[in-house]
Design a binder for this molecule. Structure first.
Ligand SMILES: Nc1ncnc2c1ncn2[C@@H]1O[C@H](COP(=O)(O)OP(=O)(O)OP(=O)(O)O)[C@@H](O)[C@H]1O
Length: 309
């Protein structure tokens, strides 16, 4: 039986190597039940590989721990029964209808009272009106809903979502997140990977990976505070010239154009302020602003790259 621990995921030192390459390097992670946990990091940082170890599809080369109270090394079949996994690719039968796809998945999981489980799932995800539509004819947002319905049909306790909203429009993304929050409020634990910063901000807690290493974790406020990054905005004339003058100056780590404003960041607050005052003119409006999550993640990635070289 799964334990009643308050952690849905509780692992230590999880490591995976492919040949000589360490793709996931000694990751410790604890995720509370009912929590939405965001997993971020650049392409190839090891997010999918880590998820596959959690849900029993890959065995770690090192590390220990539990997922839903089951041992990640020895009880993989038990884990699979209680976990829903929405992969990056749409992997349903395009020539079956929405209802037929859900019915098929429900059969695979031997879901009790299958007809009513499928009907409830169609209604919950707003798919009932189009249940006879072929999956292959659906737009991206509806395909995503079908994939979510399918990953929930066996009422899992943990939902693993690997970039579930890639290529989906903002309204469909917002609806999707509303549903994820409703599910979490009902007690479902959700681990989600995303490259969208607005989605990262909708998670209860976050972790950021680069080169297989977990670089930071915590609530949004924790992650921003731990970064100790200072950011200034600079508005005014000749911003392209100002940006070029700032790059490479001591204290300046990032210079990013946002429309008619530059965001300039660095860890050494005094040197950063000196650099801005040296290149700006009285016609420029310069003020310190809060660093964004994107500023923090890019800074972490740059530093990790430097350590890796
Ligand atoms: N089965 C495998 N055999 C060999 N290398 C692999 C295998 N699976 C993944 N990798 C490598 O492991 C690294 C991490 O891949 P992974 O898919 O876990 O990253 P990711 O963070 O999910 O990336 P993305 O954001 O692009 O989805 C990559 O360099 C990838 O090429």
């Amino acid at each position: 039986m799964p334990s009643s621990s308050s952690f849905a995921i509780d692992v230590t030192g999880v490591t995976k190597r492919f040949g000589a390459k360490t793709v996931v390097n000694g990751i410790d992670l604890q995720v509370k039940r009912g929590e939405i946990y965001g997993f971020l990091g650049p392409n190839g940082s090891g997010k999918t590989t880590f998820i596959r170890m959690l849900c029993g599809l890959l065995t770690p080369d090192a590390g220990t721990g539990t997922c839903l109270g089951f041992d990640v090394r020895t009880q993989q079949a038990d884990i699979k029964r209680h976990v829903g996994y929405m992969t990056q690719r749409f992997s349903y039968y395009e020539d079956l209808s929405i209802r037929e796809n859900l019915d098929f998945i429900a059969r695979l999981y031997d879901v009790p009272d299958r007809r009513s489980a499928v009907q409830q799932s169609l209604e919950r995800l707003g798919l009932a009106n189009r249940s006879h539509q072929l999956a292959g004819e659906l737009s991206g947002g509806w395909k995503q809903r079908l994939a979510l319905a399918a990953s929930l049909i066996h009422t899992p306790q943990l939902l693993l979502l690997d970039e579930p909203t890639a290529g989906v429009d903002p309204k469909a993304r917002r609806d999707f997140w509303d549903e994820i929050h409703r599910l979490a409020a009902e007690g479902l634990t959700v681990l989600i990977t995303t490259h969208y910063m607005d989605e990262a901000e909708r998670c209860h807690r976050l972790a950021y990976l680069a080169y297989g290493n977990l670089l930071t974790r915590g609530s949004l406020a924790d992650v921003l505070a731990a970064a100790r990054l200072t950011t200034w905005s600079v508005a005014g004339p000749n911003l392209a010239r100002i940006a070029a003058a700032l790059r490479g100056r001591p204290g300046v780590e990032q210079v990013v154009a946002f429309g008619n404003t530059l965001h300039v960041s660095g860890h050494e607050a005094a040197r950063l302020a000196a650099a801005i005052s040296a290149v700006s003119t009285p016609a420029h409006e310069c003020r310190e602003i809060s660093s964004s999550l994107e500023d923090v993640f890019i800074s972490l990635m740059d530093r990790a790259e430097d350590n890796f070289k």
